[in-house]
Design a protein around this ligand. Structure first.
Ligand code: COA
Length: 321
């Protein structure tokens, strides 16, 4: 059996905040030109007061189930990648289980920052292969607006809120669809270059994102390049076989570097960073939802996903749609 991506869904909060609005904030010395030139970001969505990761994730999940033609009775497991859970526990995944009205199976969260969705795909794939689940919701949902220092121009302009989801269904391998492989990596030596200190078990800390941007950038380019090579090699495939690159959306310069490495023109790369900014674990499933709905990604396409985030964590996944 293979884990076929049977449906995708996305949800973005109503409020969209532009670079110009940020630039107009007193004391935040930034500009639309600087942000667009260095990152490609033009706007980002911000959750409403009281709107949580589980609220958004449940909406994205329902959209994914609807696209798959599945009802909640098909859901055996719910995996949620998030760095901004509703609470220390219950897990946001279990909150979403409750909101969807799923009364069986199991649900848990995965903490791998911006790589969380790729990790969650890897875990879901393993659950399907060991027969522990036949239908798995994999959700990335984030409210980074609540963990940003809105006076730090080096970080607050980079992130946004949103949720994305896929519904994976066990499908006979003979059909040719599904996840071909997932590749997960982490290296704790670099934990402090992208970090949210503080949190439920902490003895201190600020509770906001701190980042050494240049360091992260350097790691991103080399580690993502290695991860995509690893994914293609594991399947005996080459750059030419890739129909779509669906990268984590952190920075257009990193995305362009990866497209170049794969010899893919930018019109074969799904880009949302301009409108969504970096939605961390939600960015890849949001991009998948957009590109399957507008008809870019079709049945039979080979889709390569890659991400890097705090940990450091990084990885790649390859799927035949
Ligand atoms: N507006 C205006 N100026 C800003 C700014 C902003 N929003 N943020 C930083 N600057 C300034 C800095 O203060 C610095 O000024 P100085 O030269 O007077 O000290 C200057 O711009 C250059 O800063 P630097 O951090 O070296 O810029 P950069 O070219 O590395 O771009 C990032 C910064 C964050 C856009 C870039 O490093 C990056 O994208 N890194 C990877 C981040 C990432 O992907 N993180 C998520 C991974 S999941």
């Amino acid at each position: 059996m293979r884990a076929a991506i049977a449906g995708t869904g996305g949800y973005l909060p109503e409020r969209s905040l532009s670079n110009d609005e940020l630039a107009a904030w007193k004391g935040l010395d930034t500009s639309d030109d600087w942000i667009v030139e260095r990152t490609g970001i033009r706007r980002r969505h911000i959750a409403a007061e009281g709107e949580t990761a589980s609220d958004m994730g449940a909406k994205a999940a329902l959209a994914a189930l609807a696209q798959a033609g599945a009802d909640v009775g098909e859901v055996d497991a719910i995996l949620v990648a998030t760095s901004t859970p509703d609470s220390a526990f219950p897990a946001t995944a279990v909150r979403i289980q409750g909101k969807l009205g799923v009364t069986r199976g199991f649900a848990f969260d995965i903490a791998a920052a911006c790589t969380g969705f790729v990790y969650a795909l890897g875990v879901a794939d393993a659950l399907l292969h060991t027969g522990q689940a036949r239908g798995v919701l994999v959700i990335g949902t984030e409210v980074y607006s609540r963990i940003l220092d809105w006076t730090d121009r080096g970080t607050c302009v980079l992130f946004g809120d949103g949720a994305g989801a896929v519904f994976l269904r066990a499908t006979p391998a003979g059909e040719g669809r599904g996840l071909l492989s997932t590749h997960m990596h982490s290296d704790g030596r670099f934990g402090d270059i992208l970090v949210v200190d503080g949190g439920a078990g902490s003895t201190g800390g600020t509770g906001v994102v701190r980042m050494a941007g240049r360091e992260v950038f350097k790691h991103a380019v080399t580690k993502l390049a290695a991860a995509v090579d690893e994914a293609l090699a594991a399947n005996g495939l080459g750059h030419d076989d890739v129909t779509w690159l669906v990268p984590h959306q952190a920075n257009i310069r990193i995305i362009e570097a990866m497209g170049k490495k794969l010899h893919l023109p930018l019109d074969r790369v799904v880009v949302t960073v301009d409108r969504h900014a970096n939605t961390s674990a939600a960015s890849i499933p949001l991009a998948l939802a957009e590109a399957t709905r507008d008809g870019r990604i079709r049945r039979g396409d080979l889709v390569l996903m890659e991400a890097i985030g705090g940990g450091l964590t990084w990885g790649a996944a390859l799927a035949r749609f």
